[in-house]
Every structure is written in C-alpha cells, then in structure tokens.
Design a protein. Structure first.
Length: 202
C-alpha cells in the first residue's frame, strides 16, 4: 500500500528485512491516491521489485506526469497551507513519474493477489482516492480518514467534502471493523460512525 515520503526507501527495506521479505516478493503496489507523500518512493520500489502498480483512473495521468496538486484545505490552517503549496511550493508536489499497470474505476477484485480482497472507490480527499478492503473486516483507506489531529478523524485536506462524506458512508456500510489511515493509528468502526454522526449534525 502506497510508497511513502521521499527518501524513505530505507525504512521499507528495514521493515521487509525484519519480516524476512525481499523486494522481489512485492508483486503489487496499491496507491490509495497520488500525493507526493504517498508515491515518492514508488519509482524505486518498482525498479527493485518489478511490482505492478495499481491506481485509480482519475489519477493515472498525475502518476505518469509525476505531479499531483495540493488538495483543498478543510480547516482554517490547512486552507492556508493549500494556497501556499499550490502557489509557491509546486516543486513539493512533484515526484518521479511512474507508469501504471492496473487502472481501476469503481471496484476491482484483488483475489488473485490477496484472498478476499477488493478495491473500492472512496473519492473526496482526491478524485481518485481508493480503499483496500480485506474480507470485509479491515480497510486501508489512505487519507480518506486521518487519525492525527486530536478530537477529529476528518482529513485536513479534501477536494470534495460531500463526496468524502459519501465515501465515509460506504466505509461504514462495508462491514469493516478496523480502518488503517494513511496518517495515524488504526481506528475502530465505532470511532468512524460516531465521527460521521457528529459531522452531519453540524
């Protein structure tokens, strides 16, 4: 899942070695979206492993160009960061271009790679955000959920908030009990459902 911040390939290598896994054992990389902090090591991972790269159709072109704009801010401070980023820090949104191998739209069955696994489209943070659901029990959701800021799991950045909330509804209805965000610790179904309830009541 995803490919991390620039210069962090050694972190992955250490994790693989601890689990007695080689780069060549990696056969597929699923991109929850194509922001630089999720894809910057992707080119190197693909070179070392030969893995196929899966991305949503909405972000295929971004991946192959090697740049994805900063998303809109959802909080006062993140709105400022987004404006600054898209005006003065465009180089930070760039990464080494990578060609995609598997391009998905709404749903995609991953059973040939991971038993009882599938991709579902969960747009909102970006147009091409996706989640990996395994056995309808756990979901890897990228930045569709964000478990870092105290008191909230709402992402500080999202291009389309109504679509994001629809994606939250889809995750709530998925049957999953545990969600792994791109930032922060795993969170429970209860925390997601309670957070959703508070947001829609505002």
């Amino acid at each position: 899942m995803d490919a991390g911040h620039p210069g962090k390939i050694k972190n992955l290598q250490i994790a693989l070695e601890r689990n007695h896994i080689n780069f060549t054992d990696i056969v597929l990389v699923v991109l929850t979206h194509t922001h630089y902090d999720h894809v910057s090591c992707l080119a190197e991972i693909k070179e070392k492993s030969g893995a196929k790269i899966l991305v949503h159709a909405e972000e295929k072109e971004c991946l192959e160009k090697g740049t994805t704009p900063f998303p809109e801010g959802t909080l006062w401070f993140s709105r400022i960061i987004s404006r600054i980023g898209n005006t003065f820090m465009l180089s930070k949104s760039r990464y080494k271009p990578v060609s995609s191998d598997i391009v998905v739209n709404d749903k995609y069955d991953l059973d040939r790679y991971v038993p009882h696994a599938k991709i579902i489209s969960t747009p909102g943070h970006t147009a091409g955000s996706i989640s990996l659901v395994i056995k309808n029990e756990v979901a890897f959701v990228g930045d569709t959920l964000f478990n870092v800021i105290p008191g909230t799991i709402f992402p500080p950045f999202a291009d389309d908030v109504p679509k994001l909330l629809k994606s939250w509804e889809l995750l709530i209805d998925s049957g999953c009990r545990t969600f792994y965000p791109g930032h922060g610790r795993p969170l429970t179904f209860k925390k997601l459902k309670d957070s959703y309830g508070k947001i829609i009541k505002k």
